[in-house]
Design a protein around this ligand. Structure first.
Ligand SMILES: [Zn+2]
Ligand SMILES: [Zn+2]
Length: 143
């Protein structure tokens, strides 16, 4: 698939990279439709870091996106193929004390889309996210 890859400070390239695959039953393969550019992306682009979060190149930025569901894992109930969704970039583990207490936003193993050391982002054609991160638009927003 095509991805826009950050290769250095103020350097980006369009590259062919392997497309992600569904590995767990609760995961969804998403075809990216739109990507927002956040202030944090601008920091990564201009300085290669935000405080202690330092980019290791090559890195795919982007954590604000809408998408169409391309395929869904075996256990997915929340969305189905062809459905349009907006994506919560924070994927939580569901197992730590914070998650079990209903505070998924402070998950100790949080993986945030497009964040150094946590995961590549969505400035590309496809990403895989847990179904819990996918919110159907039910046609209310045109992607
Ligand atoms: Zn943002
Ligand atoms: Zn957790």
């Amino acid at each position: 698939m095509k991805a826009v890859v950050l290769t250095g400070i103020r350097q980006m390239e369009m590259r062919d990279v392997p497309a992600p695959k569904i590995k767990k039953g609760n995961e969804v393969l998403l075809k990216i439709e739109r990507v927002g550019v956040c202030g944090s992306d601008v920091h990564y682009y201009e300085t290669g870091r935000i405080g202690s979060q330092i980019v290791e190149y090559p890195f795919i930025m982007g954590h604000e996106c809408s998408a169409t569901v391309e395929a869904a894992g075996k256990c997915v109930r929340r969305v189905g193929a062809g459905e349009q969704v907006v994506v919560d970039p924070a994927a939580w583990c569901g197992k730590c004390d914070q998650c079990l207490a209903g505070r998924e936003n402070t998950c100790r193993n949080l993986k945030f889309l497009g964040t150094p050391k946590e995961g590549n982002g969505c400035l590309c054609e496809y990403i895989v996210m847990p179904e819990e991160s996918c919110f159907p638009t039910n046609g209310r927003i045109s992607l």
